[in-house]
Structure formats: structure tokens, C-alpha cells
Design a binder for this molecule. Structure first.
Ligand code: SF4
Length: 155
């Protein structure tokens, strides 16, 4: 990468228009994408849940009440609404997101708020939004990568 190359940042793929949400929809965030372009940043799309091996569409899932840090430490699980344990896929997706950041020298990630993977300030426990990060946001932060939440628009 030369000094003139745009600096890469990780972006939740659904914020960039990919239909990778659990329900097959997207959360395209055009204002965010315009801001990144204006700042000379290269948006690198990444969906931790798909990369972790889950299909789209897939059942909604949430973190047990102990939170994402506990998931990373093996003290809590991520469960679908039917009670299936998808913890391994969520943790694998987070690890692959970190690997992509390290491979490309990425220091900041823009992630979809309230997702059990990508949420930065809030995530879902059951059907309720609660304070705390999702699994990928938590792992990236542990590694010193800055995270910023974004909303997008569900379409
Ligand atoms: S919020 Fe994250 S895990 Fe969920 S669809 Fe978007 S990129 Fe994938």
C-alpha cells in the first residue's frame, strides 16, 4: 500500500448494501458511505455471521445476559430464537473480522448498531436492546481497533 492509497476501514457488509441480515434484508447507510468516501477511506465490507458459517436468511439470535465479553471467555452463549447454540459461528466470525483487520492494517470499524455481532453501544438480549457490544465489536475493541456504530436503513 502506498502513501496515496485510501486507508482501509472495516464496514458491516449490510451497511454497504449487501443483503446479509438474518432476514435477508440490508441496512444500506448512504450517508455513512458518502462520509467515508469524502474522508478518503476505503470501505472493506465484512459480515461476521456469514463469514462465521451461517446462512442467509437465518434465525435471529441473541447473546445470553452475561454479554459478549462472557461469550469470548466461554461463559455465555449465542442462541437462536429456537434455542440452537450458534456461539461457535459468532466467535469464528469475530476472529475472522479481526484477522481481516490485521491483514489490511485496519484500525477502525464502522458496525451496525444493535446486532449481536456488530452492535457497538447496544446489542440484543432476547428481543430487547441492551447496553453492551456484540461479539465482533467486543473482540475488535480488545485488539485495540476503534469501533463506531451506524444505523443504516432497513430495506
Ligand atoms: S449486522 Fe453484522 S452480522 Fe449482521 S448482517 Fe450486518 S454485517 Fe452481518
Amino acid at each position: 500500500m502506498s502513501a496515496e492509497d485510501p486507508k482501509p476501514v472495516l464496514v458491516s457488509a449490510c451497511l454497504m448494501g449487501r443483503h446479509c441480515r438474518y432476514d435477508g434484508r440490508t441496512n444500506t447507510d448512504n450517508p455513512l458511505l458518502a462520509r467515508l468516501e469524502a474522508e478518503g477511506l476505503q470501505a472493506v465490507p465484512f459480515c461476521p455471521e456469514e463469514e462465521g458459517g451461517l446462512d442467509t436468511p437465518r434465525p435471529p439470535a441473541w447473546i445470553e445476559t452475561e454479554g459478549a465479553e462472557a461469550v469470548l471467555e466461554g461463559r455465555a452463549r449465542v442462541l437462536t430464537d429456537a434455542g440452537a447454540d450458534v456461539t461457535e459461528a459468532f466467535v469464528r466470525g469475530a476472529q475472522l473480522a479481526l484477522a481481516r483487520c490485521r491483514e489490511l492494517g485496519i484500525r477502525k470499524a464502522y458496525l451496525k448498531e444493535r446486532s449481536p455481532s456488530c452492535g457497538c453501544l447496544q446489542t440484543h438480549v432476547g428481543s430487547t436492546a441492551v447496553a453492551g457490544p456484540g461479539v465482533t465489536a467486543a473482540l475488535l475493541r480488545r485488539a485495540g481497533i476503534e469501533t463506531e456504530g451506524a444505523e443504516g436503513r432497513s430495506t
